[in-house]
Design a protein around this ligand. Structure first.
Ligand SMILES: [Zn+2]
Ligand SMILES: [Zn+2]
Length: 492
């Protein structure tokens, strides 16, 4: 049967639950970099740009295709099974499953003139529609902007003649910092926790990524993009209880994503070795301990109630635990509360991550911890500028001195392609030893597209590491063994 948009918008389509339905609309892919998509939104209205998601969930439906489709700007007609959604975490009301394209798309009832919009001069790039924007990276929470020449140049490292990495039997691959699936709530309060998830398990499977540290962020409501989209900053003081509540929302959202994507949760050494090889797994992580609001006993609560096993002390706010790289120091490094949190993490079995912390914070954390430290996402610089997220060789050596591991990130501001990133991994290994280097993709965390932006690129990255001079066993150490060693030492 033909379903029109008024039927969707009024909820009358509820009576067609389970029926085969034809519907026309505009495709809104949620992964704008994908060459083909098997999941997207179908909208009643033409989007103003490639990534705007309608504010009203009743003006679009979720679509799962029977086979992947090339993204298209023209309206399309689909036939599939209509499913009514109850309590969908993202707020969607209907889903079309096993959808196939029909030959003759019909023009949907309403049309927003994209050309007129563009001609009006209002659409000067993605920021023109930033308040409702999902796709791309404009709502990301993290990190610095790329240099101009590098933003879109993630090239395949793999050709027929390129050396390949052959994962030794039993090797797991681990990403120590990820916001995959769009786990983070939107900065736009109109969307917030109703932000649609995007597929996570499928790209992990396709690229052979076994385990990700899935990081919530608990300062989003008080941080914003500053300096012409170059960086993030805290712009107001949180209300008492605000960031604790945000943390609760984010933990719930992480578990909704895990359930939706059928990920397995790794909570200890035993589950890492039994579940890791079976398929996509998550280690529940938090980027920034802002949700603690300085209350150390909330570490225990997060451990028991939300399965937190990896905690990054600071993010884009100078919080109760210590100083950050992107703001002038206030505390002189790690605070006494920060010391207590590190001790509590050591005692409970939570990996301590000092990414974003100042060199002074890292030094006191290293003096405090009885377990190896993680610095999950950064890269080396001899002389990092003010507010830089990069680290000096000495900063890196402090982590290595604890037996820890540093995740090299794929920031396009640091590396222009996967080969350059592999060379960056090599430079880090030359400074601290290959046993102290890992991968921290910060998936969906960058303002601008990084050079590693889909788990489907993992074979290309592994190949680039081999080309950069790593042995097969060393690639295995970087992609798995080093973080695994720290996790097992920390979590038991
Ligand atoms: Zn970060
Ligand atoms: Zn991040």
């Amino acid at each position: 049967m033909q379903i029109d948009w008024p039927t969707i918008q009024t909820g009358r389509a509820d009576t067609s639950h389970g029926a085969t339905a034809d519907i026309s609309g505009w495709m809104i892919p949620l992964d704008p970099q994908a060459h083909t998509v098997d999941y997207f939104l179908l909208s009643a209205d033409e989007p103003c740009c490639g990534g705007c998601v309608p504010r009203n969930p009743l003006t679009s439906i979720e679509v799962y295709m029977a086979a992947p489709l090339v993204p298209q700007a023209e309206p399309l007609a689909l036939r599939g099974r209509l499913v009514r959604l109850l309590d969908d975490p993202a707020g969607w009301r209907y889903r079309l499953v096993d959808a196939v394209p029909l030959d003759r798309p019909q023009t949907p009832p309403r049309r927003f003139s994209r050309r007129a919009f563009l001609a009006s001069g209002a659409a000067l790039g993605l920021t023109a529609c930033a308040p409702g924007h999902f796709a791309g990276y404009t709502e990301a929470h993290d990190e610095t902007a790329p240099t101009a020449q590098t933003a879109h140049s993630a090239q395949s490292a793999q050709s027929d003649s390129a050396p390949k990495w052959q994962a030794p039997a039993g090797t797991l691959t681990i990403d120590m910092h990820s916001h995959g699936g769009r786990v983070i709530v939107s900065r736009n309060p109109a969307i917030g926790a109703n932000r649609p998830f995007i597929p996570l398990a499928a790209p992990m499977r396709a690229g052979g990524m076994n385990v990700i540290c899935l990081a919530i962020v608990t300062d989003t409501t008080v941080t914003r993009v500053a300096d012409n989209r170059k960086r993030f900053e805290a712009w107001r003081e949180p209300q008492p209880g605000e960031l604790y509540a945000l943390g609760q929302t984010e933990f719930v959202r992480a578990h909704q994503l895990i359930e939706r994507e059928q990920l397995r949760v790794v909570t200890n050494t035993a589950s890492l070795s039994t579940l890791g090889p079976l398929g996509p797994c998550a280690i529940i992580s938090a980027e920034g301990a802002d949700f603690l609001e300085g209350q150390v006993d909330r570490v225990d609560e997060a451990y028991t109630q939300h399965q937190l096993r990896h905690l990054q002390l600071t993010h884009y706010r100078v919080n109760e635990l210590g100083d950050i790289q992107t703001e002038p120091p206030v505390h002189g490094g790690l605070t006494d509360v920060g010391v207590q949190v590190v001790q509590r993490c050591n005692a409970l079995g939570i990996v301590v991550d000092v990414a974003h912390g100042t060199y002074d914070l890292v030094k006191r954390a290293a003096d405090t911890t009885t377990k190896p430290l993680v610095l999950s996402h950064s890269a080396l610089a001899t002389h990092p500028g003010a507010r830089s997220r990069l680290i000096t060789p000495d900063h890196a050596r402090v982590i290595a001195g604890t037996g820890g591991v540093i995740g090299v990130w794929p920031s396009s501001g640091t590396f222009h392609d996967l080969h350059a990133m592999a060379e960056g991994v090599k430079r880090m290994a030359d400074v601290v030893g290959v046993e102290h280097v890992g991968l921290g993709t910060d998936m969906l965390g960058f303002i601008s597209p990084p050079v590693f932006r889909s788990y489907r690129q993992l074979p290309d990255l592994a190949s680039a590491l081999v080309l950069a001079g790593f042995s097969q066993a060393e690639v295995a150490a970087v992609l798995e063994g080093n973080y695994r060693r720290v996790f097992e030492a920390s979590v038991a």
